[in-house]
Ligand binder design. Structure first.
Ligand SMILES: *Cc1c(COP(=O)(O)O)cnc(C)c1O
Length: 356
């Protein structure tokens, strides 16, 4: 691990958990300690109720208005959305099955899929990293995957995929469709969640996480939303009591303080926008982002640029995409430091800028 003052490489929420939330966490977790002799609530009832309430606010903001509520029976949770995804692919993947994703996208999708014995199919995106109906439908028609992943907003590119693409893929495929909305809270106005499509689509599952917007990556809490019959299938593959009572207590305390946690989302969006503006001003290309990170290009040698930024105390991410690097939005201080570092590197190493 790099010991660097400014770490903007893994898309974490850069802000610490606020003191009021820390206090609530201590209280909630403290109340559980005496009862650790008992197994946890295997149905994580309270957590599902609170997630259900939270999703109502999501639907209000990013929904089409038709759906206002998601009942707790439609919700699943696990130790990070990586475990949620693993449950889904254990249930619907496996030897002889296939999973398909539109790359570049989240590198864990193929790893989780192939770990079940399923085969990974790498489908492509447009040159500007967007995904449109024609491309998506063509790939799904050709490969007939059992599991299709659509990551929106997409990691590592930051851009989101129009809901009509999800709808077209659902029309085309006979398999299941996983929409990974890990970064949805950071999206610009106009972003439409796939949650609205759930009532009509028993083969659709929307996965989300508390790791990013809720600043809760260390606690490991992710969740999925799907038809109750779909959720039932996940019960077959999870290990008994997979969500500890401490995790459940922590997640509930955090969800009870949603406004305090999401206040920092607004600050991170401002940082992202400031970074985007600075990068554009310096002559870099920036992929329009609905996430808490940016993919920027017009770099002749991304690894050399990565090293230079590191020498200036700023850690970013080289995802191996030609001409591009990824950086996540920081605190006000980190954002200033990143802008200072990239400005300096651009001035002292002009050959690093341009088409490779
Ligand atoms: C960070 C991230 C997640 C979250 O994983 P957790 O296991 O919940 O921490 C899921 N999907 C994508 C695309 C991500 O970038």
């Amino acid at each position: 691990m790099h010991d660097v003052p400014v770490r903007l490489n893994v898309n974490e929420n850069s802000y610490d958990v606020p003191p009021a939330v820390v206090e609530a966490l201590q209280k909630n977790i403290g109340e559980q300690l005496q009862h650790l002799n008992r197994y946890p609530d295997r149905e994580f009832t309270r957590l599902r109720e609170l997630l259900s309430q939270y999703l109502s606010t999501v639907l209000q903001k990013q929904g089409n208005g038709a759906l206002t509520q998601i009942p707790p029976e439609w919700i699943w949770a696990a130790n990070g959305s990586n475990e949620v995804l693993s449950h889904i692919v254990q249930a619907f993947g496996g030897p002889g099955r296939t999973g398909l994703g539109f790359e570049p996208s989240y590198s864990m999708h193929p790893l989780i899929t192939t770990s079940t014995g399923a085969t990974w199919i790498k489908a492509s995106r447009n040159a500007d990293f967007t995904l449109d109906v024609d491309t998506a439908v063509r790939e799904v028609r050709e490969h007939k995957p059992d599991v299709t992943f659509i990551c929106t907003p997409n990691n590592p590119t930051g851009c989101s995929t129009p809901l009509e693409v999800v709808e077209a893929v659902l029309q085309e495929t006979e398999g299941i469709v996983i929409v990974d909305e890990a970064y949805a809270e950071f999206a610009r106005p106009g972003f439409q969640t796939a949650l609205d499509r759930l009532p009509d689509n028993p083969r659709l599952v929307v996965s989300r996480t508390m790791s990013k917007a809720f600043a809760f990556a260390g606690a490991r809490v992710g969740y999925a939303v799907a038809h109750p019959d779909f959720i039932d299938v996940l019960r077959l593959v999870r290990l008994p009591y997979h969500l500890s009572s401490l995790t459940q207590a922590a997640a509930c305390a955090a969800l009870e303080h949603t406004p305090a946690l999401l206040a920092n989302v607004e600050r991170l969006i401002e940082s992202r926008n400031a970074m985007s503006q600075a990068l554009t001003g310096l002559g870099y290309s920036v992929v329009p982002s609905d996430s808490n990170f940016l993919m920027f290009g017009n770099i002749t040698d991304p690894q050399a640029m990565f090293e230079e930024l590191l020498a200036h105390g700023v850690l970013v991410r080289n995802n191996g995409i030609p001409g591009h690097l990824r950086v996540n939005a920081g605190t006000d201080f980190e954002t200033t430091e990143f802008i200072r570092a990239i400005t300096e590197v651009t001035r002292t190493h002009p050959h690093l800028q341009g088409q490779a």
